[in-house]
Design a protein around this ligand. Structure first.
Ligand SMILES: Nc1ncnc2c1ncn2[C@@H]1O[C@H](COP(=O)(O)OP(=O)(O)OP(=O)(O)O)[C@@H](O)[C@H]1O
Ligand SMILES: [Mg+2]
Length: 262
């Protein structure tokens, strides 16, 4: 499904790549977690996959194939078709993507209708259903709210609901739960697992919480300073981390929902 072939990503004239020689192959329905300290290149990597590198970032080497198509070569039109339905993304602060002066419902309905032929009423009902799946009860009420009337965690769940609406084949999630309380965190993690189980969605989840990685991921990739320093199945990484760096991450495992997953 996804084949990242030795990509390097560079920002502007900085001679040091933010991501260097990164390769990863994923099958449908697989969950890969990328962990690593701040600045190690995790966001850069998944933004490169989504074709939305910030600022002066560009892929200087390598290629990314999604279902056989080279992503860096796609035009704006092709990306519009692919984003949201084929590949979608949950940001660290998805709530910030919402337009502050429009109600959630009107934004959500518009989003749905750009991708699928539906009446406004049908799109509204679909939105409500997705919100309720994200543990936002009274979806109707949420739809009628402005973003500022919701808490940060609620806005994040709206963003996550939107990203999951079309059951994408690949979901890219950048610290999707770090702004949430542990109970909600666990719920969102379960929703992502359910999406994988019911729709065979492949997921790349970036997190500095190796507990989340241990709970969700089939495979774990550890990054440091733009390089892969450790990679393997969850069991391999957790039982016998190959580097001292991975070991130090494991030693700092926070707990999730009162349970430790490592
Ligand atoms: N817009 C940008 N312009 C220039 N350099 C950038 C930009 N975004 C990131 N970088 C650089 O790329 C490197 C990797 O940053 P990145 O945001 O990918 O790290 P990260 O692993 O996601 O960190 P965090 O855990 O803090 O989110 C850093 O050295 C950073 O300074
Ligand atoms: Mg980041």
């Amino acid at each position: 499904m996804l084949d990242i072939k030795a990509i390097s990503v560079v920002y502007g004239k900085n001679p040091l790549p933010a991501v260097r020689d990164f390769s990863l192959q994923m099958k449908p329905g697989e969950i890969v977690s990328i962990v690593g300290e701040s600045g190690s290149g995790k966001t850069t990597l998944i933004r490169a996959v989504l074709g939305s590198l910030p600022g002066s970032g560009y892929i200087s080497r390598g290629d990314i194939l999604f279902e056989g198509r080279s992503l860096p070569g796609l035009g704006a039109e092709e990306w519009r078709d692919l984003r949201g339905t084929g590949i979608s993304m949950i940001f660290q602060d998805s709530g910030a993507m919402l337009n502050p002066v429009r109600r959630i419902g009107s934004q959500y309905v518009e989003y749905i209708r750009t991708h699928q032929k539906m009446t406004k009423k049908e799109a509204w009902a679909r939105g409500v259903e997705m919100l309720e799946r994200m543990r936002l009860p009274e979806g109707d009420h949420i739809m009628r709210s402005y973003p500022f009337q919701l808490s940060g965690g609620m806005r994040q769940r709206v963003g996550i609901a939107m990203a999951m609406t079309f059951q994408p084949k690949l979901l890219l999630a950048d610290e999707p739960t770090s702004a949430l309380d542990v109970t909600t965190q666990a719920q969102i993690v379960r929703q992502m697992l359910e999406l994988r189980d019911s729709c065979n969605t492949g997921i790349i989840v970036v997190t500095h919480n190796i507990g989340v990685a241990a709970y969700m991921a089939d495979r774990i990739v550890v990054m440091k300073e733009g390089n892969i320093v450790d990679a393997g199945t969850r069991e391999q990484i957790l039982r016998s981390p190959s580097g001292t760096y991975t070991r130090s991450l494991l030693d700092s495992v926070p707990s999730m929902g009162g349970e430790r997953f490592v």
